[in-house]
Design a protein around this ligand. Structure first.
Ligand code: NDP
Length: 485
């Protein structure tokens, strides 16, 4: 049993009201630990500590702050296996995925932003011979960071690292469902010797601790990754307080598979983009559109490949998919599939719970599921499922493909599969998505703009976009004395 404590002002403390929540392990549904059920008072204590720490932290040089970040990265790396085990136990993802993707990326987030801040450029404008404008970027203050459960450490550190590198202090509220690796990060941060109060973690419910963080008057910046509906509630709270707000939200990501694609590459990558991490990545493909002339061939090969995916114990190296994050989430996913079938969509494979050994019976497993969707009107073609469920739909021609791809409120990511350069460029421009991959998926360069169009988000993160977001840019206009005066 892992007991998580809040990390406030450099100390591990019990929540002020003394309440804890049970943490369920997706692998077998047993209680694996407890976490604080924090209240507004815990948030307030953390914000006060972060405010006290702010002037000294902001006053360090970039190089001094970067050195802390490098130290944090090294410490996580030195216990990679411990972090990977915790992430898999807490989230339900296969251990090999946590070991090869989640934790290395968290390490990289710290190293990347430590380096990035050292190379950040500032601007100067020579207005006339004796007038110079220059802009300086300064930290905003206490950054409120709210992260989801699907890539817990990966997405939390994607916020913590740039916020700290640019001189802000932090109060973070990880998802109540997956706070384990955040608590290990707090231990690393304490060990790295980060000054007290610079980085605080307060755990608990979004509606309580999360809401208190968003509403706190001394938190001028909120970076949120999570669901589109939650973001609307956060926006309502934050807007009257004129907070800086970054919103990375849900998606309904299309794959456009043209007849001239490299078939085997498109097939293998689309299986991966649909079901990696149980489909619980905001960038996962959820709607697959295939050109009519290729449709039957692709459908047959895709369904056959999906049937071979192994769902099983997240601890086993050969499990491609582990368990979904919670019982409630599995119910939600199954509800979508049930209603889709009631609407008349054909189930091509999956649906329901796989046969598993008795020790895993209490876990939250779900079969990789493929549905045939003749058009884009059904609920499952419009709503985010965020699980191992995809639809297959044929398209007639280029225009039909784009119309279908753009037929939702979302605009996060898309993949395009074609060997034709013109089609690739045209589709990349025409598809409503902040992130477009052509003939690949989830290949990331951390300098690039990351974020969604339409209801998938507001703002961009990554590289200079994050450095800009976590700072206020101030313009200074300087009149120099005239040479002879
Ligand atoms: P939620 O929106 O339910 O929660 C995200 C975070 O917000 C959690 O920490 C949650 O806490 C907290 N929260 C919930 N309600 C409030 C509130 N009223 N005020 C402040 N904080 C609150 O999302 P999920 O955790 O379910 O994550 C899945 C969603 O995240 C999907 O829609 C997915 O697409 C999206 N996502 C987007 C990404 C992107 O980069 N665009 C990346 C990854 C995921 P608690 O858990 O305790 O409720």
């Amino acid at each position: 049993m892992h007991q998580i404590l809040n990390f406030v002002d450099g100390r591990f403390v019990t929540p002020i009201e003394g309440r804890f929540l049970d943490n369920y392990g997706p692998r077998d549904g047993t209680v694996i630990g407890q976490l604080p059920d924090s209240s507004a008072a815990d948030i307030d204590a953390a914000v006060k500590a972060a405010r006290r720490a702010f002037p000294a932290w902001e006053g360090l040089t970039r190089g001094e702050r970067a050195r802390y970040l490098y130290r944090i990265a090294d410490l996580i790396e030195s216990r990679l296996e411990v972090f990977a085990e915790a992430e898999s136990l807490d989230q339900g993802k296969p251990i090999h995925l946590a070991r090869s993707v989640d934790i290395p990326r968290a390490i990289e987030n710290f190293r990347f932003f430590a380096g990035a801040v050292l190379h950040q450029e500032e601007k100067a404008f020579q207005t006339s011979a004796n007038v110079i404008n220059y802009s300086r970027r300064q930290a905003v203050g206490v950054a409120g960071l709210i992260s989801p459960w699907n890539l817990p450490l990966y997405l939390l550190t994607w916020k913590v690292a740039p916020a700290l590198a640019t001189g802000n202090t932090v109060v973070a509220k990880p998802s109540e469902l997956t706070s384990f690796t955040a608590s290990l990060l707090a231990e690393v941060i304490a060990e790295a010797g980060l000054p007290e109060g610079v980085c605080n973690f307060v755990y608990g419910l979004g509606s309580k601790a999360g809401d208190a963080l968003v509403a706190h008057p001394d938190v001028p910046l909120i970076s949120f990754t999570g669901g589109t509906e939650t973001a609307a509630a956060i926006g309502k709270r934050a807007a009257p307080l004129y907070k800086k707000l970054s919103l990375e939200l849900g998606g309904k990501n299309p794959a456009l598979i043209f007849a001239d694609c490299d078939f085997e590459t498109a097939l293998a990558a689309t299986v991966r983009s649909s079901f990696t991490n149980q489909g619980e990545i905001c960038l996962c493909t959820s709607r697959i559109f295939v050109e009519e002339s290729l449709f039957e061939r692709f459908k047959g090969a895709f369904v056959a490949a999906v049937k071979t995916l192994r769902v099983g114990d997240p601890r086993h190296e050969d499990s491609f998919m582990g368990a979904l994050v919670s019982a409630a989430h599995r119910e939600k996913v199954n509800g979508f599939v049930t209603r889709a079938r009631e609407e008349g969509l054909a189930l091509l494979c999956g649906g329901g719970v796989p046969e598993l050994p008795s020790e895993l019976k209490g876990g939250y497993y779900y079969n990789p599921t493929v549905l045939l969707a003749p058009d884009t009107n059904s609920e499952i073609m419009q709503q985010e499922v965020f699980g191992p469920v995809v639809t297959l739909t044929p398209f007639r021609d280029y225009d039909d493909a784009i119309t279908k791809a753009n037929s939702t409120r979302y605009g996060l990511a898309a993949t395009i599969w074609t060997q034709n350069l013109d089609t690739a460029h045209r589709a990349a421009a025409d598809v409503d998505a902040g992130l477009v991959w052509v003939n690949t998926w989830m290949l990331r360069d951390l300098r690039t703009p990351f974020g969604g169009m339409k209801d998938s988000g507001v703002g961009r993160e990554g590289g200079n976009y994050s450095l800009d977001y976590y700072t206020e840019e101030k313009n200074i206009c300087l009149q120099l004395s005239k040479p002879n005066s």
